[in-house]
Design a protein around this ligand. Structure first.
Ligand code: MLT
Length: 264
């Protein structure tokens, strides 16, 4: 496992392939293994970096995990790897981090990939729900969180026909440190609304979303698509919130095509 001392934390990451750099940021409450298939597909033509965000996977947890802090971790990891500029991609919470990264470091972003995510902040109800979930994770561990999240993450078809995907998603959630999950939940609750940023995005942008995403529905991606000039929207049929795992082939095809155009 590769790791770097980033912002006083040990941050684990995958670094595979040679070529145009692309950073893939996982969602909540997952880890970098979410991207295994994308690392494999993209690393024949790109340098793919996939970090475990603070508090997830093999990275250290910290008391706080705001989207801005995690964006800073990504920037420092890029410094550590001597990468000045990269395509920055994120799924769900990873997308929140990608937008926070763009806001703070626009010149370091060659392109954006926003998968199953949204630009809006949480409303009051969502914030309260995050706090309840944070307490539940700290008091009871991740099993209850995993059970309640699973039906919202995957399509009913994935749940009934693909036990291997269900197991993989569940295992990632169970491996997450409760303190890491709680910090990220509180960080998501206080994240900035990035709606106004979208009109300022001046890099090629790919927006991907599962047609049946129940957490960040297609309408959220359509809003981002309308606001980001020249962006491309790909709606992946028969996929829910974890579209890269549920329809890997379609997801990879869209990403490979997008990354290939950047190199031309
Ligand atoms: C994620 O998949 O990262 C989270 O479900 C996003 C969220 O809860 O807003």
């Amino acid at each position: 496992m590769a790791s770097g001392h980033i912002n006083n934390l040990n941050i684990a990451y995958t670094d595979a392939g040679i070529g145009r750099p692309v950073v893939l940021i996982h969602g909540y409450p997952f880890n970098r293994s979410l991207w295994n298939e994308q690392v494999e597909a993209l690393s024949s033509t790109c340098r793919v970096i996939a970090p475990d965000l603070r508090g997830f996977g093999e990275s250290d947890a910290a008391a706080t995990a705001t989207m801005n802090e995690m964006a800073h971790d990504v920037a420092q990891l890029m410094d550590h790897l001597e990468i000045t500029q990269a395509a920055i991609g994120g799924l769900s919470m990873g997308g929140y981090v990608a937008l926070a990264f763009y806001k703070q470091f626009p010149s370091r972003v060659r392109a954006l990939v926003l998968a199953d995510t949204r630009a809006q902040a949480d409303n009051e109800e969502a914030k309260q729900n995050r706090e309840q979930q944070a307490r539940k994770a700290l008091d009871e561990g991740m099993a209850g969180i995993a059970d309640s999240m699973l039906p919202k993450l995957l399509t009913p078809e994935t749940v009934s026909k693909h036990p291997e995907i269900v197991k993989r998603v569940r295992d990632m959630m169970l491996k997450t440190k409760p303190e890491g999950a709680a910090a990220a939940l509180r960080g998501m609750a206080e994240r900035d609304d990035q709606t106004d940023l979208l009109a300022k995005v001046a890099v090629p942008s790919l927006i991907l979303v599962g047609a049946e995403d129940a957490i960040t529905p297609v309408a959220d991606s359509e809003k981002m698509h309308q606001a980001i000039a020249g962006s491309r929207l790909v709606v992946i049929e028969n996929a829910g919130h974890v579209s890269n795992l549920e329809r890997t082939e379609q997801f990879n095809e869209a990403m490979l095509g997008f990354m290939k155009e950047l190199t031309n």
